[in-house]
Design a protein around this ligand. Structure first.
Ligand SMILES: *Cc1c(COP(=O)(O)O)cnc(C)c1O
Length: 221
């Protein structure tokens, strides 16, 4: 099926108000244009160089989501235009995003990546580290970032009970943060980014507000 047909079917099946980030990593700009021409505007990329090339080549009203592991020394390349950075997984990275935001006089929206999987390879804060960061003076002083929610990746497994438990733990933690911290100038739990092609239905059932879906839209990589 075509990208536009995949998108149409997928969007038709989603509850109202969910943000669908079409993950276009490794895919050519022609396919992004096809999705764009259906009216879609939110796209996700994992690699800084690929994202900047696509940003330069494509319409400027696209909302670019950076969803991969971001190295601090590469923040400067995407800071001028990125719409949302999903994978903030260290205080050092957040401080660098703040520094680049300050240079550009912009506030860069971020999600804290929370480690919810049973796998060794996934990045992110654990619950205590995240709370420690949010309550720190260092974070209070960061005026050029805003944390607008959480991001998580479930274990890559066919064990749906495990995936469900992991998503549910992220939602539960989001509720806990809302009650512990409410909202501050640079912090609010509005979005929960969870759910990919293989597990987005479970993510929706567990309160996801943002899906990151690649292969179901653009085909396998
Ligand atoms: C690639 C990727 C996705 C999309 O995965 P699909 O299985 O193609 O839907 C979502 N989130 C992250 C962080 C990714 O790297």
């Amino acid at each position: 099926m075509s990208v536009s047909e995949n998108l149409r079917q997928l969007k038709g099946s989603l509850p109202q108000g969910i943000i669908l980030v079409a993950v276009s990593k490794t895919k050519p700009t022609e396919l992004i244009v096809e999705a764009y021409n259906t009216g879609h505007r939110d796209f996700g990329e994992n690699y800084v160089q690929e994202l900047t090339e696509k940003y330069n080549a494509l319409p400027k009203d696209i909302r670019w989501h950076f969803i991969g592991h971001l190295q601090s020394n590469k923040v400067k390349y995407i800071a001028p235009f990125v719409h949302l950075i999903h994978g903030v997984d260290s205080t050092k990275l957040l401080a660098e995003i703040n520094k680049q935001g300050k240079k550009l006089n912009r506030v860069i929206n971020c999600l804290l990546q929370i480690y919810i999987a049973k796998e060794e390879s996934k990045f992110g804060f654990d619950f205590n580290e995240a709370k420690h960061l949010i309550s720190s003076d260092a974070f209070m002083a960061m005026e050029h970032v805003k944390i607008i929610g959480l991001m998580g990746m479930a274990t890559n497994t066919s064990n749906l009970t495990l995936v469900n438990d992991e998503f549910s733990s992220l939602s539960e933690f989001a509720r806990e943060l809302k009650s512990d911290f409410g909202s501050k100038a640079n912090f609010e739990v509005k979005e929960i980014s969870m759910g990919m092609s293989s597990d987005y239905q479970l993510a929706i059932e567990n309160g996801s507000t943002m899906l990151r879906i690649g292969s179901s839209i653009f085909g396998s990589r």
